[in-house]
Unconditional design. Structure first.
Length: 246
């Protein structure tokens, strides 16, 4: 079971950059559910959507898998005899706990897709032919100048009938929209029990590590990477999910 996230509850003289370390791993399921509006809906439906795009003899990638929530959804929703999930993260602490969760899932249910769990940087991953690639709140942690190259690699690995499933925190180019949706996100965090101090300290911890783009920037970059269409399927406040078709 995950502990309650109190990582930013006490005042810190200097707030260190956010890292996916052991402290975060311990509270991660609670943290992400109380921080990302719609997270359970997004994760559940990634499995539903993936099932529509899965092709025989291809891989389903969960890039930046953390504790494997998306992988679990893929394994529950996709039924195929010639497919496996490959879950990738470069945080050793995340991968260690992810392995425990996945073997617990394997022992609880029969006939789940097999899964490989790989500790590596997704920027140096040697991609195999894939029909689904999930980037669920991961691209925002990749250096902006590396994002196009990664998306190009993903595009070239994807089956013509496959899809990239991308979720991101987003910013808005229209000021009034940015202010309202950011305020609503803060209200969501408050409603989930976070204090003003927790909200402020987490914001400064994320400032140098999570660079967010607008929907227009995502669209243009996905097009440049070769994707033919970018279809939003979910948005709650400043968090959005897209299906990008090769
Ligand atoms: C917000 S979490 C993703 C949440 C997860 N996909 C889910 O739905 O529960 C971002 C993850 O991306 C991982 N990550 C960031 N940069 C990475 C990289 N270059 N290679 C692999 N994983 C990376 C982090 O370690 C972290 O676990
Ligand atoms: O924007 C915020 O305040 C967040 O907490 C977002 C966010 C994310 O989108 O990944 C950041 C870090 C944690 O992994 C959980 C949520």
């Amino acid at each position: 079971m995950s502990e309650q996230d109190r990582l930013f509850a006490k005042p810190q003289a200097t707030v260190a950059d956010f890292a996916f370390n052991e402290d975060v791993v311990r509270v991660f399921p609670d943290m992400i559910k109380r921080s990302v509006p719609g997270y359970p809906t997004i994760v559940e439906n990634i499995g539903v959507i993936a099932a529509q795009f899965t092709q025989p003899n291809t891989i389903l990638y969960d890039l930046g898998c953390s504790l494997g929530a998306v992988s679990q959804s893929l394994r529950r929703h996709v039924q195929s005899e010639s497919t496996k999930v490959v879950a990738v993260d470069n945080s050793a602490a995340m991968i260690e706990r992810c392995r425990e969760y996945m073997s617990a899932q394997s022992s609880m249910y029969e006939q789940l897709l097999p899964i490989d769990i790989v500790e590596t940087d997704i920027l140096s991953l040697d991609f195999q032919p894939a029909s689904v690639v999930a980037l669920n709140f991961t691209l925002q942690f990749i250096a902006p100048e590396k994002r196009l190259g990664l998306l190009r690699k993903i595009h070239s690995t994807l089956h013509p009938k496959g899809a990239l499933l991308l979720s991101e925190k987003i910013r808005f180019e229209f000021q009034e929209e940015q202010v309202l949706l950011n305020d609503l996100h803060i209200a969501f965090k408050r409603a989930n029990g976070y204090s003003e101090m927790e909200i402020a300290q987490k914001r400064s911890a994320l400032e140098n590590v999570m660079m967010i783009d607008s929907i227009e920037v995502h669209r243009a970059r996905l097009k440049e990477a070769g994707f033919s269409s970018v279809i939003p399927w979910f948005q709650c406040f400043n968090f959005a999910s897209f299906v990008a078709l090769p």
